[in-house]
Design a protein around this ligand. Structure first.
Ligand SMILES: C[S@@+](CC[C@H](N)C(=O)[O-])C[C@H]1O[C@@H](n2cnc3c(N)ncnc32)[C@H](O)[C@@H]1O
Length: 204
């Protein structure tokens, strides 16, 4: 089964709050974006945003230039329906982040919670990093969250790669300056705890 078919099936079969990565709000992500987005006109992309409410919270805070990309049309449809008329203020993209070509220097802030760790093939990680390096402006901010070293080895039935700050930064390379990293203990809707790592880099 290819990635798109897998994720379409997950989002078609499960309610938004019945997946392990669900949180009512992505507090850590939001706080980093608010800290580093240079004004409300900042161009922000939520990569693999799925059905997350980060976009709702960004709009509620007045951000005017938000893009949400996901490989699953079903997930994007759920988010659009949830937002109602406000969804017209968002750019929506259904695409595979390792294959689609985003515009050059298009974004001030890149946010990804929980897709990079699914890229188990080196060629996919390389394509992802090239995508970030091309589409984020110089001095732009890159916030990537993956499972940490003590996190699960699988998610949604798929293998993942777990990272600490050093190994995640190594994937991105010297043009990305690591500004900070932190672990987050995420409580799943089923009451279990998963260790996530957040890394915040600036593109030099
Ligand atoms: C674990 S979920 C995280 C969703 C969201 N970021 C959150 O924190 O709630 C992973 C997401 O990655 C998306 N995804 C998986 N592979 C992808 C790819 N190659 N390109 C774009 N999105 C992808 C899935 O559809 C899913 O929405």
């Amino acid at each position: 089964m290819n990635a798109q078919t897998h994720w379409e099936r997950i989002y078609t079969e499960k309610a938004p709050d019945a997946v392990s990565w669900y949180r009512p709000h992505l507090e850590k992500s939001l706080s980093l974006i608010e800290q580093f987005a240079p004004g409300k006109s900042a161009s922000i992309i939520d990569v693999a945003g799925g059905e997350s409410t980060l976009v709702d919270d960004l709009l509620a805070r007045g951000y005017e230039n938000v893009t949400v990309l996901d490989i699953s049309q079903a997930a994007i449809d759920v988010s659009r329906r949830r937002l109602g008329a406000a969804s017209d203020r968002v750019s929506w993209l259904v695409a595979d982040i390792t294959r689609f070509e985003l515009g050059t220097s298009e974004f001030d802030v890149w946010h990804d919670r929980a897709v990079f760790h699914f890229l188990t093939e080196e060629s996919d990680r390389t394509a992802y990093v090239h995508q970030v390096a091309r589409s984020v402006r110089r001095r732009g901010h890159v916030i990537v969250s993956t499972f940490g070293p003590e996190g699960p080895m699988k998610c949604s039935g798929l293998d993942v790669v777990r990272y600490d700050a050093e190994s995640l930064h190594r994937e991105f390379g010297v043009h990305f300056q690591l500004l900070e990293s932190a672990n987050e203990l995420h409580q799943t809707p089923f009451g279990t705890i998963q260790q996530f790592l957040y890394c915040h880099c600036r593109l030099d």
